[in-house]
Design a protein around this ligand. Sequence first.
Ligand code: IPE
Ligand code: IPE
Ligand code: MG
Length: 236
Amino acid sequence: MSESLTMPAHVAVIMDGNGRWAKKHGVPRLSGHKAGMEALKKIVRRSGELGIDYLTVYAFSTENWKRSEEEVGGIFRILVYYMEREIRELHQENVKVNILGDYSIIPEAARKAVADAVEKTKNNTGLQFNIALNYGGRDEILRAVKKIAGEVRDGKRDPEDLKEEDISAALYTGGMPDPDLIIRTSGELRLSNFLIWQCAYSEFYFTDTLWPDFDEKAYEEALQAFTHRKRNFGGR
Ligand code: IPE
Ligand code: IPE
Ligand code: MG
């Protein structure tokens, strides 16, 4: 597959199915999360090669804290391991890492690893790689509303003048285009609180493939499907 004009500018991925992959292979759930990181590496690299501008991945939701302490701790340990090992290469490839979500409350080692990655790559101009971490769409909108309400209170804004763009700008994705394509793996047909404001006109692609099995070929099939979609944005 080569770069083309119909390629989505912004692809978002709900990386689901690590647990079921582990079960299927008779290994611990954390091995599924590790295998998921290997899949992520491939998709990040391929996104850069294909000239995609933004790749946003759902790594940990505001609801994922409900899981066992062991699993949550393991997910963040795997994230630290991945970040520390991959950041040099990501930087060489001109990838800019952004975090969507409040990562001030994640475990210290992970907080530090992602903060370092953001800082190191902040001036890069290639693929914008957004990692949604402790991310929830409703939480994101609530924060935007609080920020704007504060500005109204301080007399900096008139509620009558508020526009949709003002909400967009106050989200973690402020300044970025909305996702053109949202992919969810593992056969689940829902958003699970992912980019609920930004997805207004996104195209959706669902596949039964479990995230650790989602390779370059599966990714290109999703992108190919996108190129055949006819988008109207309400017009005709
Ligand atoms: C997605 O895989 C990864 C995270 C939510 C962190 P799951 O862990 O949800 O995998 P399943 O849905 O149990 O198979
Ligand atoms: C969504 O997957 C969150 C991530 C992929 C990080 P979940 O597995 O948490 O979603 P639900 O609970 O099945 O809706
Ligand atoms: Mg899941």
